[in-house]
Design a protein around this ligand. Structure first.
Ligand SMILES: *Cc1c(COP(=O)(O)O)cnc(C)c1O
Length: 391
């Protein structure tokens, strides 16, 4: 299985079949498992074998299939599935640190990721936020005692691309664990482990489900990290993935590569077509040669991703008129969905941030985040162009 290419792993890796030889993976919708004897129960609590389960908060066969498939794709020894992407971010970081430790993180983060860092601060962890695109800033902030580094490889929603290899080299010099939230890179374009990340986190709610059905998350890493550091924290604090959701994610993974490649192709086409549009003051897309981290994006993803960020020259009013005039593209806040989705971050996903922080992160009143779906790209472009004319 280790020689298989990604597309083969996406369909077959981690599959387990029951005595019925079912084609599609079974949903083991069970919270617990029955033991033949009291001795067997005792033995299983001491050490469970690969096909032995205790309780769905600890593990479940359907969830295990999803975890093994994700580890195979990401190139890690193991993975742990969680109830949501935020449960994955929270678990990956909280399991690692204790009071007195130091964490360095990129400042351009999803609002809830910033909240998790604030929770760590409340429990005595020192957190330093840096401009993630500036390697000198990382170098200055890292020190002996820095336990972890946290970043979004491509930031939400301004699409800054962080040099994972550069940050990992600096972090490893002080012995810090590099935790990468890789949602925007997607498992299809991810080379995070190759670039030096130790732990890779996904919100499976996004491209992995890909149809906007279920919440889920996953943390990928070494066997020691996943089983000795993360699992004890996760299994006792309870943010386990539901077996039903794991099954939906397994179905999503089968088509992930096809969807994400199509979405990235459409994203590039839209970014190119809208560049220089008179109603737009900016078209941000890492796949465009003019993007400040274009070279890094190509090196660590080989593509620009599935999201394009546009800035309406007319500010908030123009942005709202643009959104309201769209037909195919839906106003919502998910991304990675089969449907094209548009978001106005300043008034929704990043509403909570104070104005100075929004300004620092480039979340301006005219900024909109467009997640490309798998509709026909000509239809998406026609919808966008007509709505821009109305903006
Ligand atoms: C959506 C998202 C999350 C949170 O995932 P949920 O599944 O919604 O909990 C975390 N990080 C990034 C970058 C995201 O886009």
């Amino acid at each position: 299985m280790t020689d298989w290419k990604t597309r083969t792993k996406l369909v077959h890796a981690g599959a387990r079949r029951s005595q019925y030889g079912e084609m599609s993976e079974a949903i083991f919708l069970t919270q617990g498992f029955v033991y033949d004897t009291a001795e067997q129960a005792e033995a299983r609590f001491i050490e469970s074998g690969p096909d032995e389960f205790i309780y769905a908060r600890y593990g479940n066969p359907t969830v295990r299939m999803f975890e093994e498939r994700m580890a195979a794709i990401e190139g890690t020894e193991d993975a742990f599935a969680t109830a949501s992407g935020m449960a994955a971010v929270n678990g990956a970081l909280t399991a690692l640190v204790k009071a007195g430790d130091h964490v360095v993180a990129a400042r351009a983060l999803f609002g809830s990721c910033l909240y998790v860092l604030d929770v760590l601060r409340r429990f005595g962890v020192e957190v330093t936020l840096v401009d993630g695109t500036d390697l000198a800033a990382w170098k200055d902030a890292l020190r002996a005692g820095t336990r972890a580094v946290f970043l979004e490889s491509v930031s939400n929603p301004t699409l800054e691309v962080i040099d994972v290899k550069g940050v990992a080299e600096l972090a490893h010099k002080v012995g810090a664990t590099v935790v990468v939230d890789n949602v925007f890179a997607t498992p299809t374009f991810s080379r995070a482990i190759e670039m030096g990340a130790d732990v890779v986190v996904y919100s499976a709610t996004k491209h992995i489900d890909g149809s906007g059905r279920c919440l889920g998350g996953v943390v990928c890493g070494s066997r020691d990290y996943v089983r000795k550091v993360l699992e004890p924290y996760m299994k006792h604090t309870g943010a386990a993935m539901s077996p039903f959701n794991a099954w939906v994610m397994l179905k999503g993974l089968e088509t992930l590569d096809l969807r994400v490649r199509q979405q990235a192709e459409s994203a590039l086409a839209v970014a190119k077509a809208l560049s220089g549009h008179p109603k737009l003051s900016q078209v941000v897309y890492p796949g465009l040669p003019g993007h400040p981290q274009h070279r890094i994006a190509m090196e660590q993803m080989g593509a620009g991703g599935t999201v394009v960020t546009l800035e309406l020259a007319g500010g908030r009013d123009a942005a709202f008129r643009f959104l309201n005039a769209l037909g195919i593209v839906k106003i919502s806040n998910n991304l990675g969905d089969a449907r094209s989705i548009i978001t106005h971050p300043a008034t929704t996903t990043h509403q909570r941030l104070p104005p100075e922080q929004k300004a620092l992160l480039g979340i301006t009143p005219g900024l909109v985040r467009l997640s490309l779906g798998i509709e026909d790209c000509d239809d998406i472009l026609a919808d966008l162009t007509a709505a821009l004319a109305a903006a």
